[in-house]
Design a protein around this ligand. Structure first.
Ligand code: SDX
Length: 384
């Protein structure tokens, strides 16, 4: 083998460094399967299209946690448990009311979820904690949005789906069937996605035998970044900035300019998919319908112009975060809440992976190749 050197260190005998752990298979899982070449996505045995057409978010929660669909009694039971856990502990509400109104919603959500750990029932097991976190995340998001806008916080309903109750708490009025279905479908589509960065973070925390609240808090921190879940907010900001250009707005020239400057187009590209993200197929359809209904056709048209240009120029397709932006915008959600809505759903995937990791745990501890100097001589501080 030819000698390879980094920083004058012979690294011939070291394994290859996969930047970004590209292509590394770290675990086996029954939660989801992603075929990046054909664009096939499966959650615990069910094709994403089947789930998008038939499942409610709560059925997907049960599916990911149990690897099977619930029967009627089990689904009723889960719904009941989720509804009974929606209220936030008083100190968490106080934090939400008193924190900086300009704080990033994802930062507030991260802190509030971390606080929930201090108020869990003494005898709660991981399953009960996962249900409580899933039930309370929508309450945190809605409460912060109302508090920062100087509005009364709306107490959660004792009935209705997660989607219905969230929109009710956010807007202070009960949503119509179409808005509930849109939100529910978004929650179904975002629930799980293999070894994405936030799920990997969740499993890494779990593997130290830390608790489920710590694992979810770490995962929220990872999802927040614009290369991951934060991309949906970035997409909307891109579209709204383009809107500011008025008659000069040109999505094709904008996209080409970004590429020429070697900048990233948010909502495009994926580590695994080399074809159209199957979730984006559903979100694209929703985006078209909702944009037309709400008079935001131009946002959808600009999005399509960007998709076409990215395909022609770079052969890169949109990911889940691209069309979800205009979908959320069309149902009246503020752009900086988009990643929080992703969290509302993905917490089910995270916690499902937490259970899976815990059931067959080994500390996650990769290696780093040291390429710095060695054997430096100590110089006393006054002589440096
Ligand atoms: C999510 O992993 C998951 O499953 C995540 C997710 C989930 O459900 O959990 O699907 C959700 O996080 C979606 C991704 C959201 N992020 C963005 O939309 C940000 C923009 N996208 C990129 O930065 C990028 O595509 C990533 C971060 C998503 C993937 O990065 P990779 O795999 O490290 O790819 P790369 O950056 O090395 O890019 C490879 C090539 C480069 O070109 P060359 O230098 O080889 O010529 O593709 C180009 C990149 O420049 N490229 C882009 C691009 N994405 C990739 N060029 C312009 N715009 C882009 N968005």
């Amino acid at each position: 083998m030819a000698e390879q050197k980094i920083n004058n260190i012979d690294v011939t005998d070291y394994p290859h460094i996969n930047r970004g752990l590209d292509g590394i298979v770290a675990f086996s899982t029954t939660k989801s399967s992603i075929d990046g070449k054909t664009g096939e996505l499966i959650f615990s045995g069910y094709h994403i299209d089947t789930l998008a057409e038939n499942a409610t978010f709560e059925e997907v929660c049960f599916l990911l946690w149990n690897d099977r669909l619930p029967n009627k009694t089990e689904l009723d039971e889960l719904n009941q448990k989720l509804r009974s856990k929606r209220n936030l502990p008083e100190p968490v509400l106080n934090y939400i009311k008193s924190t900086n109104k300009k704080a990033e919603p994802m930062a507030v959500l991260r802190t509030a979820v971390s606080m929930l750990a201090d108020f869990q029932d003494d005898d709660a097991d991981d399953t009960e904690s996962a249900i409580a976190i899933t039930a309370q995340i929508p309450s945190i998001i809605a409460a912060f949005d109302r508090a920062r806008n100087g509005k009364e916080i709306v107490a959660p309903l004792k009935d209705g789906s997660t989607a219905f109750n969230f929109l009710y708490m956010l807007n202070g009025e009960k949503p119509g069937q179409a808005a509930e279905r849109t939100m529910d479908l978004c929650l179904v589509l975002h629930a799980e996605h293999g070894m994405n960065a936030s799920t990997f973070s969740c499993r890494t925390v779990c593997a130290t035998e830390s608790d489920i609240f710590s694992a979810v808090t770490g995962a929220i921190g990872a999802l927040k970044g614009p290369l991951h879940g934060g991309a949906n907010t970035a997409v909307m900001n891109t579209l709204l900035n383009l809107k500011k250009q008025g008659d000069d707005a040109d999505p094709v020239a904008f996209t080409k300019g970004k590429l020429e400057r070697k900048e990233k187009m948010m909502g495009f590209g994926h580590r695994v998919y080399k074809v159209f993200d199957p979730r984006a197929v559903h979100l694209r359809k929703m985006s078209k319908e909702l944009s037309e209904e709400t008079g935001h056709e131009y946002l959808y048209e600009w999005s399509e112009a960007m998709v076409k240009t990215m395909k022609e120029e770079k052969n890169i397709d949109p990911n889940v975060d691209f069309f979800s932006a205009t979908v959320y915008y069309s149902i009246g959600i503020e752009p900086d809440l988009f990643t929080c809505i992703f969290t509302m759903s993905r917490v089910t995937g995270w916690t499902a992976h937490f259970f899976e990791q815990k059931a067959n745990n080994r500390l996650i501890r990769p290696r780093a190749l040291y390429v710095g100097d060695k054997n430096k001589e100590w110089v006393p501080v006054e002589k440096r």
